[in-house]
Design a protein around this ligand. Structure first.
Ligand code: IPM
Ligand code: MG
Length: 370
């Protein structure tokens, strides 16, 4: 089968982490008989430099023609002082909205090989875990194309006051919740809606919609938690969570918090999904959850595993290629088992070899070719 993948390597370490991910995809293609065709597109800081805007119309149009998009990272200090509409981050928001990928899946799990990299004490991990093991595995489903990041915003005439608005429609909430419930059904069947319903009207609507949608998923245990408490519970007792569903703003913040517990933000993939489209393919945008890390760009030390694992999520969610996705994930696990570590995940076990971005990518490739 042929698949068209839009590639946005982006800025900073973006191109360095994208290269090993496409290598891994190609190896999977060779092994299982698929062809991945890439359309390399410009967005972010690079696009600001070459065409004067972060998301050129041609990039969005070309991405829409593809089956899925794989993105490295965008942004950097060079563009930080530009006005809002020219900042590289606008490209992310524009791609998400333009591709209609409304549900952002951000897994947070502790791999046994990285257990010592988790800043929490073992006792805390064990106490919160229903199986009394020093680990956790939860999934944050973040609404991605609505809420505060897309609401009306502006300044008063004298520019001395400013506003941003949180607006959610029933439909936006419902489709995000459904993504969460569908995920919970193939996990531990627990869903926690995180909001601020003691203050915000929009949060109260989220709860109302959850009350309705939850009836369709009687097997899933639904619970509710305020976001401030959730920020605390993630550190106090991460093992209690299975699927967390939340708004754009809260999901942005909580997913960064959760990533720290996994040992390194460099390890984590993400998938942003839209509605199911032609030929059972779901448009999706896949990216590591880390940023462009300009301080380490070009040094061959960035961790490519978050991006490689994002490619695995693409195989699973957009193309329905489960065994291919699992093969990539197994290859990643096996290089970690062999003791290979990039700098960000090094120093936590005895028998480890520190490698650079390229060597880590090559090791995954070798494991895949076995
Ligand atoms: C993320 C990032 C982006 C977001 C920024 C760069 C716009 O923080 O993907 O979490 O807030 O969505
Ligand atoms: Mg963020």
């Amino acid at each position: 089968m042929n698949y068209a993948i839009a590639l946005v390597p982006g800025d900073g370490i973006g191109p360095e982490v994208i290269a090993p991910a496409t290598d891994a995809l190609d190896a999977v293609g060779d092994k299982y008989g698929h062809i991945f065709n890439y359309a390399e597109l410009e967005a972010g800081g690079k696009a600001v430099d070459t065409v004067g805007e972060p998301l050129p119309a041609g990039t969005l149009e070309a991405a829409k023609e593809c089956d899925a998009l794989l993105l490295g990272a965008v942004g950097g200090p060079k563009w930080d002082t530009l006005p809002g509409h020219l900042r590289p981050e606008r490209a992310l928001l524009g791609l998400r909205a333009g591709l209609g990928v409304f549900a952002n899946l951000r897994p947070a799990y502790l791999l046994p090989q990285l257990q010592k990299a988790c800043p929490l004490k073992d006792e805390i991990l064990i106490a919160g875990n229903p199986e009394k093991k020093p680990t956790f595995n939860f999934l944050i489903v973040r609404e991605l194309t609505g809420g505060l990041y897309f609401g009306d915003r502006g300044r008063s005439g004298d520019h001395k006051s400013a506003f941003d608005t949180e607006t959610y429609s029933w439909e936006e909430i419902e489709r995000t919740l459904r993504t969460g419930y569908d995920a919970a059904m193939v996990r531990r069947k627990k869903l926690c809606l995180v909001d601020k319903a003691n203050v915000l009207e929009s949060s109260r609507l989220w709860r109302e919609v959850a009350g309705t949608v939850s009836k369709e998923y009687p097997e899933v245990e639904t619970s509710y938690m305020y976001v401030d408490n959730c920020a605390m519970q993630i550190i106090r007792c991460p093992g209690q969570f299975d699927v967390i569903v939340t708004s754009n703003l809260f999901g942005d913040i909580l997913s960064d918090e959760a990533s720290v517990l996994t040992g390194s933000i460099g390890m984590l993939p993400s998938a942003s999904l839209g509605a199911r489209g032609k030929a059972e393919r779901t448009m999706g945008m896949y990216e590591p959850i880390h940023g462009s890390a300009p301080d380490i760009a070009g040094k061959d030390i960035a961790n490519p595993l978050g991006t490689i694992l994002s490619a695995a999520l693409m195989l699973r969610y957009s193309f329905g290629l489960e065994k291919e996705a699992a093969a990539v994930e197994t290859a990643v696990t096996s290089v970690l088992d062999a003791g290979l570590r990039t700098k960000d995940i090094a120093g936590f076990s005895e028998a480890e070899t520190i490698v650079g971005t390229k060597a880590m990518g090559e090791a995954v490739l070798k494991a895949l070719e076995k």
